[in-house]
Ligand binder design. Structure first.
Ligand code: ADP
Length: 478
């Protein structure tokens, strides 16, 4: 039942029938049109032909005074010939409606009461075509133009002829036309099959791709076939690209979740180890307790930092998250960042310099902007050498502001440059962890800059240092 319902509602079947009907109806119309036109033409020509012959005979009827004397051999011969040629019967009626001649010699001397004959006497010629009995019946007046009182109808010729020959031709024509229609139907059916297939195929491909979505199948690159339509091909193509995007998003999501769990578990595992070993020791000295507790406290801080970083990221990831845009002095914001980070730099005797080329005011989200730039400056300090330097500069043109953060630090290997903005990516895991990195800082920075419709670029040389260049438009574009 369901299969039948599906079949009846199938797009392909409907397109097939539409094309079929659209193709067949004109073919059938053509067939009946041709037949009808031929029949009309043939009957009309035949009637005109007979009328012309009758007219000429009718003149002779007058000349030979046939209405009163039917002995004229010439006229009789002509009448016999006419009725032979057309396989018909000719009846001649006089003004008293008496049959003076019947080529079948059946009704001579009888009186005829027929509306056609009476109409003809009144001057109205009739042609009657009987389709079923296959004959034409027509009346032709016998006119005496020499009569005393002008023209007068002295008799009527009633002619009925068989149209078998026309019918035979029509039948032959019908057979031929039927053959042509059959050929057209076959061609149209083939076209309908191909047409419906080429429209529906891309959709079937898409359905297959969706069905395979759960499985680990590569989304097939869509190649255009000869019979496919541009529009359906475009849909299929964008669908395939959507599907592969969804796959990569799904993959990224899974990776992210496993990274998050891993990162969150690490401090917990350390704490568990510290606590367990303290418990196992029984009465450990107070100093050891203090030392282990300090370590545990550090792990808690780290867990806290990871969670905070994750929250910042998630907040920015939300599509509906709108930045809280205000016009702010960028110089002031950077001064605040520098002030906050200076103590950390001082610990390793790193020189922290801010160079501003001009006063810059821009439409920005203060919190996110500060987070982005702090992460860069913090990294520049974290991945630096003892007694190194960090230079921060600010400049602007009429459209954008440019912030650079350069350091004299350890640098980033070339092969890692493209990955450093990925979540949880760290060039040297143990070193980064040692100095308190979560691997989320640059991901947060990048998201925050993208939110401001800006860009961030990085250039670096291992052992020499790294330089980040940030460009952000001065006016925020919705
Ligand atoms: P983390 O929390 O580990 O610092 P980030 O996302 O901020 O994570 O940075 C990712 C990685 O990029 C870091 O682990 C580090 O290896 C590298 N990196 C970032 N900034 C610098 C820099 N200024 N100099 C050298 N390496 C850097």
């Amino acid at each position: 039942m369901k299969a039948l319902d599906e079949l009846l509602h199938s797009l392909r079947l409907r397109i097939f029938f539409v094309v079929l009907i659209v193709g067949i109806i004109p073919a059938l119309c053509l067939k009946y049109g041709v037949l009808h036109f031929y029949e009309e033409e043939a009957i009309s020509n035949r009637s005109i032909e007979i009328q012309a012959q009758c007219n000429s005979i009718s003149n002779q009827l007058i000349n030979y005074n046939y209405m009163y004397d039917t002995s004229s051999e010439k006229v009789n011969a002509e009448l016999a010939q006419l009725s032979n040629i057309y396989d018909g019967r000719i009846i001649i009626v006089d003004s008293a409606l008496r049959i003076v001649k019947d080529t079948y010699s059946l009704d001579e001397g009888k009186t005829i009461v027929s509306s056609e004959v009476i109409k003809c006497f009144k001057g109205e010629n009739t042609v009657h075509y009987d389709k079923n009995e296959r004959y034409i019946e027509l009346t032709v007046p016998v006119i005496n133009s020499m009569a005393n009182n002008g023209q007068s109808i002295v008799g009527v010729m009633l002619v009925s002829v068989s149209i078998d020959s026309i019918k035979t031709t029509l039948e032959n024509l019908t057979t031929k036309l039927d053959l042509i229609v059959l050929v057209i139907v076959i061609i149209v059916m083939l076209v309908a099959v191909m047409f419906s297939k080429s429209i529906v195929n891309p959709f079937l491909k898409m359905t297959d791709s969706i069905a395979e979505w759960g499985e680990e199948v590569e989304v097939e690159a869509v190649s255009k076939t000869m019979t496919e339509f541009t529009e359906t091909h475009l849909i299929a193509e964008s669908f395939a690209s959507l599907l592969s995007k969804m796959k990569s998003v799904d993959k990224a999501r899974q990776e992210f979740v496993s990274n998050v769990s891993h990162e969150l578990k690490t401090p917990l595992t350390s704490m568990k180890v510290l606590a367990d070993s303290l418990m196992a020791m029984g009465d450990a000295p107070a100093e050891l307790y203090k030392e282990f507790m300090t370590d545990m406290s550090e792990e808690i801080d780290r867990e806290n930092k990871i969670i905070n970083d994750l929250l910042s990221l998630v907040k920015m990831d939300k599509t509906e998250a709108k930045p809280d845009i205000e016009s702010k002095s960028v110089n002031d914001l950077i001064e605040v960042i520098m002030k906050r980070l200076r103590p950390i730099a001082k610990k390793r005797n790193i020189e922290l310099v801010f160079e501003s080329f001009r006063e810059v005011t821009a439409e920005i989200d203060e919190v996110k902007f500060t987070l982005a730039i702090s992460n860069l400056v913090e990294n520049a300090i974290k991945y630096n050498i003892e007694n190194g330097w960090v230079h921060v500069s600010l400049n602007a043109d009429h459209k954008d502001m440019y912030i650079t953060v350069a350091d004299s630090g350890i640098g980033i290997p070339e092969e890692a440059i493209n990955d450093i903005f990925e979540r949880f990516y760290r060039v040297d895991k143990s070193h980064s962890r040692e100095i308190g990195g979560t691997g989320l800082g640059l991901a947060i920075t990048k998201n925050a800059i993208l939110m401001h419709h800006g860009t961030v670029k990085v250039s670096s040389k291992v052992g020499e240092g790294t330089k980040f260049t940030v460009r952000i438009p001065l006016s925020y574009i919705e």
